[in-house]
Each structure stands twice: as structure tokens, then as C-alpha cells.
Design a protein around this ligand. Structure first.
Ligand SMILES: Nc1ncnc2c1ncn2[C@@H]1O[C@H](COP(=O)(O)OP(=O)(O)OP(=O)(O)O)[C@@H](O)[C@H]1O
Ligand SMILES: [Mg+2]
Length: 242
């Protein structure tokens, strides 16, 4: 399938450099509507950089990025949310001195109408009842898992079609890793499309329709999540053997 419109996100031959150091070399990646797609690979492989190029905070030197058939290569970062792309950065970044509700409102900066902001907050609260219970608390006092829910909730405020997550389970307790992965599958069931980077490769592959394994800034493997889980080389290189 080569038509732009069958893919929600389509990356072709993407090169990215930071200064004089090239870190991505000809990356190709497709995200089909309704899928969970994961990017796995060792530290420094360039996983976050792929995401950052999509959302306009890493400079694409060559190649192209299309979202819904429209070219967004080098589109400024501040124009990305309005296109329907939500972003959850690595490290569950929240505004510690602001309440849970205020953090969510920050995710709706594009909505001028107060009623629409309140509706969006309510929609996120119904998805994350835990955040509703904590709505008046400062985000800095939440547990790590709750902060990650808040970061995801904030990215959902503008009702994005594509949600991009960088290491959603990193540093969380096993209980919260389970909760976050369940939430991600729930988002898919609601019809959202997810692109995520994960250190927890086995877990990510198990929920992914499609996945990409990167090595030194290049595509190394790409297949269904299940096929990569069963691939001996992938198991050796990315899943700690066995
Ligand atoms: N802002 C930056 N300036 C210069 N070099 C950078 C910058 N960000 C990342 N790099 C370098 O680019 C390469 C790819 O980094 P990237 O963060 O994309 O990797 P990653 O696969 O997400 O790694 P990790 O698993 O550690 O998050 C690394 O060598 C990194 O040191
Ligand atoms: Mg990273």
C-alpha cells in the first residue's frame, strides 16, 4: 500500500542530525489508523529522536513525514497539537505546583471556550477516575504512576487522533506498568491510534499491531508485534536472550 491516505503517519527516508552528528539514517515507519505501533531498541538508538522529528522538535535533514496525507516535515512544534497529534514526553513531566485539574487545562490551550475545556477535563476524568479523586491536589504530590496518567490525560485534552508516547512505563512500579498498559489498550479500543517508544520491549511488542526495532539510528526489524516477539534474533538483541 503506497497511498498516503491509508496511513495515518508515514515516515520515509528520514535523516536527523544534532549539529554535525547524524543520529537517524533513512528511517521508514508507517502507522495505520487504529493500531498500536511501538519503537524498540537500545539506549541511544534514536527512538526518541524519531518521535521528536514527528512533533517538530528535532530537525529533519532529509526525508519526509506525512500525517493524514499532508506533509508535516519540519512543521513547527507549536502547530502540531492542532493537527490531531498528542504527545506524552519521556519522564512523566507534569507541572508540580499546579493542581491535577490545572495540569489538564494546560493541555487544552487551543480551546478558547471555557465550556469545551471543562468538557475535555470531564472526559479525561471519566477515563481516569483516579485523577478525578485527586483533582485538587498538586501534581507534585501524586505517585509516579498517577503522574504518568496525568501526562497521558493532558495529551488527550484536544482529543487527538494519534497519541505519541515516549517510554510510558519507564520507572513505574509493576502495578502501575500494568495499569498504564491497560489504559493504552483502552485508548486503542476507543479508536485512537498510538505510537510509542518503550524500553519494556516484550511488554510493548505484546500489545503492538506493528513494531520497529532500531539499531544505531537505522531500521533493523519491522513486523507485527507477535512476529517480533517470536523472532530469535529480536529475542537475542532486544529481549535479553531466551
Ligand atoms: N538534543 C541533543 N543534542 C545532541 N545529541 C542528542 C540530542 N538528543 C539525543 N542526542 C543523541 O542522539 C542519539 C539518539 O538519541 P535518542 O534520545 O533519540 O535515543 P533513544 O533511543 O531514545 O535512547 P534512550 O533509550 O536512552 O531514551 C544519542 O546518541 C543521543 O546522545
Ligand atoms: Mg529516548
Amino acid at each position: 500500500m503506497s497511498g498516503n491516505n491509508s496511513k495515518l503517519l508515514k515516515i520515509r527516508a528520514l535523516d536527523v542530525s544534532y549539529g554535525s552528528v547524524q543520529v537517524l539514517f533513512g528511517i521508514d515507519l508507517d502507522v495505520t489508523p487504529g493500531e498500536i505501533v511501538s519503537i524498540i531498541g537500545p539506549n541511544g538508538a534514536g527512538k526518541s529522536t524519531v518521535i521528536k522529528a514527528v512533533i517538530g522538535i528535532a530537525p529533519a535533514q532529509r526525508g519526509s513525514i506525512h500525517f493524514k496525507g499532508r506533509e508535516i516535515t519540519r512543521q513547527p512544534a507549536h502547530e502540531i497539537p492542532a493537527l490531531g497529534i498528542g504527545y506524552v514526553p519521556q519522564g512523566r513531566i507534569v507541572f508540580a505546583e499546579m493542581t491535577v485539574t490545572e495540569n489538564l487545562e494546560m493541555g487544552a490551550f487551543l480551546l478558547k471556550d471555557g465550556k469545551r475545556v471543562r468538557d475535555a477535563v470531564d472526559r479525561v476524568f471519566s477515563e481516569f477516575p483516579r485523577l478525578h479523586e485527586r483533582r485538587k491536589q498538586n501534581a507534585g504530590r501524586l505517585s509516579g504512576g498517577e503522574q504518568q496518567m496525568l501526562a497521558i490525560g493532558r495529551a488527550l485534552m484536544l482529543d487527538p487522533e494519534l497519541v505519541i508516547l515516549d517510554e510510558p512505563s519507564l520507572g513505574l512500579s509493576p502495578k502501575y506498568v500494568d495499569i498504564i498498559f491497560e489504559k493504552l489498550m483502552g485508548l486503542k479500543e476507543q479508536g485512537r491510534t498510538l505510537l510509542m517508544v518503550e524500553q519494556n520491549a516484550a511488554r510493548a511488542l505484546s500489545v503492538s499491531d506493528h513494531a520497529y526495532a532500531l539499531e544505531l539510528g537505522k531500521n533493523r526489524f519491522s513486523d507485527t508485534g507477535q512476529a517480533l516477539l517470536n523472532n530469535t534474533d529480536v529475542r537475542k538483541m532486544y529481549l535479553g536472550g531466551a
